[in-house]
Write a protein that binds this ligand. Structure first.
Ligand SMILES: C[S@@+](CC[C@H](N)C(=O)[O-])C[C@H]1O[C@@H](n2cnc3c(N)ncnc32)[C@H](O)[C@@H]1O
Length: 227
């Protein structure tokens, strides 16, 4: 009989899940209707200048990396951090030999980066046990004047589209890493709670905060300047 101590950690489960499904995830991450616009708006919200250093936490298969690299230019730096080797392999193929894009296998809750001008995290907050603490540490990383941008999915509050929330819940359940499907809170409740915690912390740590919803209200972008 297996015991808890013999079970893989949630982090190990997530890494093997994203490694196994990297190619399929990549197609979803780039081809879902409306997602390209969300990614462009998020990159714009960072207000990057040529020469900046931007870190993408949980960069996955690298759907944002090229547009970040274009914004910081050849004199800038893009660092993509992810803990799942399979998605990083896809990201590496995507960025090719771009000299200013660096991909690092590491834990985004303890990124091995000393300094940056901006941090982007798209569809990642829901994976952290304590998203507020993680966002706060990212605010410390970029320091006053640095930019943070979070993009996350949650149930829509738009009156016309609320009827699609059951479909959203089914999709979240189907695509959640295995262990999260058996927790007491449903994967969607967990996602909603973590989104709120992460975005509230960004509000606390930043000024000049701008929040927008996209994709029928299911995608939330929140960006600000650390105070
Ligand atoms: C839903 S995917 C999003 C990927 C990408 N940001 C995008 O927009 O397509 C979540 C990603 O976060 C990564 N991830 C989750 N927790 C992490 C952590 N603590 N450290 C590093 N990567 C993490 C997973 O490996 C996965 O690639």
């Amino acid at each position: 009989m297996s015991t808890d101590s013999a079970s893989p950690s949630p982090s190990a489960v997530a890494q093997s899940f994203y490694t196994r499904w990297a190619v399929l995830y990549d197609a979803i991450a780039r081809q879902t209707p409306g997602v390209g616009r969300v990614r462009t708006d998020a990159a714009d919200a960072l207000r990057l200048d040529p020469g900046d250093t931007v870190v993408e936490m949980g960069c996955g298969t690298g759907a944002n990396l090229q547009s970040l690299a274009e914004r910081v230019g050849p004199e800038g730096t893009v660092v993509g951090i992810d803990f799942s080797p399979g998605v990083l392999d896809v990201a590496r193929r995507r960025v090719g030999d771009a000299p200013n894009v660096h991909l690092v296998r590491a834990d985004a809750t303890r990124p091995p980066v000393a300094d940056a001008d901006a941090v982007l995290a798209t569809f990642v907050s829901g994976m952290f046990d304590d998203p507020a603490a993680v966002v706060s540490s990212w605010a410390d990383l970029v320091g006053p004047g640095g930019r943070l941008c979070l993009v996350d999915l949650a149930e829509t509050t738009h009156s016309s589209w609320r009827r699609l929330n059951p479909v959203f819940r089914a999709l979240v359940r189907a695509t959640a890493p295995p262990r999260t499907r058996t927790m007491r809170a449903s994967p969607t409740e967990m996602l909603n709670g973590r989104l709120v915690a992460a975005h509230r912390e960004l509000e606390t740590r930043c000024v000049d905060v701008r929040a927008t919803t996209h994709a029928l209200g299911f995608a939330r972008i929140r960006a600000g300047t650390v105070s």
